[in-house]
Design a protein around this ligand. Sequence first.
Ligand SMILES: *Cc1c(COP(=O)(O)O)cnc(C)c1O
Length: 400
Amino acid sequence: MDKLLHKSFQTRAVHAGERVPPADFRPVATPIWNTVGYLYESMDDLDAVFDRKKQGQVYLRYSNPTTEAFENAVANLESAEAAQAYSSGMAAIHAALLGAGIKAGTSIVAALDVYGATFTLLNSIFTNLGVNIRMVDVSSHDEVETALKETGATVLYVESISNPLLKVADVPALAKLARKHGALLLVDNTFASPYLLNPLEHGAEYVIHSATKYLSGHGDALAGVVATSTANKNKLFELNKLIGGVLGPFEAWLALRGLKTLPLRMKQQCENALRVAEWLRLHPRIETVHYPGLPEHPQHELAKQLFEGRGFGGVLSFVIEGADKNKVFRFMESLSICLPATTLGDIYSLVLHPMTSSHRGLTPQERARVGIRDGLVRLSTGIESADDILADLDSALSKV
Ligand SMILES: *Cc1c(COP(=O)(O)O)cnc(C)c1O
């Protein structure tokens, strides 16, 4: 405070109380480091940090301690060497593709039923930049292999559990195929979360999360993260210094806090989803149920093997018999526990109509090709009691 002795009220108002010297205690919970810049004892120290010869922080677009704590936690849960966080899942997807070397003249083979915004990112922005995109049904390994061969793709892009039809990708087999043809496997692991699957252990090169969903889990933060090797992380770090899709300290703190209950939430959400899927499948108003936990699901055995009995995820989708858009809208408006909000993976149960929300950007032809019908509803089960969710669905179904 000495420095402020005899300084004007105006100057003291700016500096008073700030920059206390480091203490000999550490906080138990990671604080929110809301600072853009950092001070060092000497300019030489700052110089060494810039050179990455000394650990430290420089500027909020580069990194900050709260975000680094979240990155380290995700890396740990994904069995990765490192992770890089982003301001959203889409920023993470875009960055991972750049990190994997995608540029004009390269090719990507991607799952046909990827997340709607990913579909549009690939087929508009990357296509316009001169990247060749081939979308295939990744449950057909022949189709994947043909596409990899024909395009000479350097990236194979899949979701571990797809949205909204809940197809399960055979990550170990796809990693082998990718390697055989000189491509890197990128896995969007948002739906499975690291609780069910660690794709890096099965040969993936980059694992991507919309941390907005299960990792944060409370529907109050937008975030993305990529888990990968240290070498790849360094590339992503350098890229993000220029692109700037940085996760802010407050969101990182929310996401880190969310991570702590991921196993508890996922366990309950998987149990609820299985109960609901088994119940819906016997309901007279329901035509089809998509859920990897049902024995008739085409990848049920694969899911059992990959997820090692921990569950089958917290998302299912179903077709209401003979329903068009209007009927689905009436159904969704009649629910009271399940909320019709455009997200998933929250503690709340959430319903969504893919045709008019997540896959709105697709033409009717594209939706038909992916298999998204007008009467399809996606349900992300929350951590409420399964009995209350079932009663809510039953009452709403009786009104359509
Ligand atoms: C939500 C989601 C994204 C996009 O993430 P944002 O955080 O909304 O940018 C990407 N992939 C999947 C599978 C998602 O569910």
